[in-house]
Write a protein that binds this ligand. Structure first.
Ligand SMILES: [Zn+2]
Length: 188
């Protein structure tokens, strides 16, 4: 970091402290040449991520929108709001770490699903019931096979998720033929 006064390239750090609620580090520096003191901030670089929806519309990845989109899938499950926030934070971090700047909504659905395996089987199936709308029965059957747990059958009927609201990236207006309308029309 060049000294703003003399342009010397080297400085020493006098003090480092967390700033902006932990989102940055503030460093007090002293130029090794002229002893001028100045302050720098170090931040994580956030790059914009574009979500490509199934209808090919593009929109910026919005963490709070993803959270709103999935939160209904987790009502009355063992998954807490805090766990959901952590899950969404992790997904954002993974997206930030990728070299690709675009992600499909289906990919995000997979990411959510993969994280749910260790959190809650009920939530996993609930989310899969949303997810299958754009993946088809084959993947849902694979999902069930993957879990292979008897408890699942008790929860499928109550796990159907309605999505009359705009559920963010998960919105999928078309139901597959095999899905019974009754399970979609009722609101809980
Ligand atoms: Zn200087």
């Amino acid at each position: 970091m060049r000294c703003p006064l003399c342009q010397h390239e080297n400085s020493r750090v006098l003090e480092s402290r967390s700033a902006e609620s932990g989102k940055s580090i503030r460093r007090r520096r002293e130029c090794l040449s002229c002893q001028h003191r100045f302050t720098t901030y170090e931040r994580i670089e956030f790059v914009p991520i574009t979500v490509v929806k199934r209808d090919c519309k593009r929109e910026s990845f919005d963490k709070s929108k993803l959270l709103r989109g999935i939160v209904r899938s987790f009502e009355k499950t063992a998954v807490s709001a805090t766990q959901l926030e952590i899950l969404v934070d992790e997904i954002e971090a993974e997206l930030q770490g990728r070299s690709l700047r675009e992600v499909t909504s289906a990919e995000i659905g997979e990411m959510v699903l993969n994280k749910l395996v260790d959190i809650s089987e009920v939530a996993y199936i609930r989310f899969a019931s949303v997810y299958r709308k754009f993946q088809g029965i084959r993947d849902f059957v694979d999902t069930l096979d993957h879990l292979q747990n008897q408890k699942i059958n008790h929860h499928i009927d109550s796990a159907i998720v309605q999505d009359e609201e705009d559920s963010g990236i998960l919105e999928q207006p078309d139901y597959p033929d095999w899905e019974t309308p009754a399970s979609c029309a009722t609101s809980s």
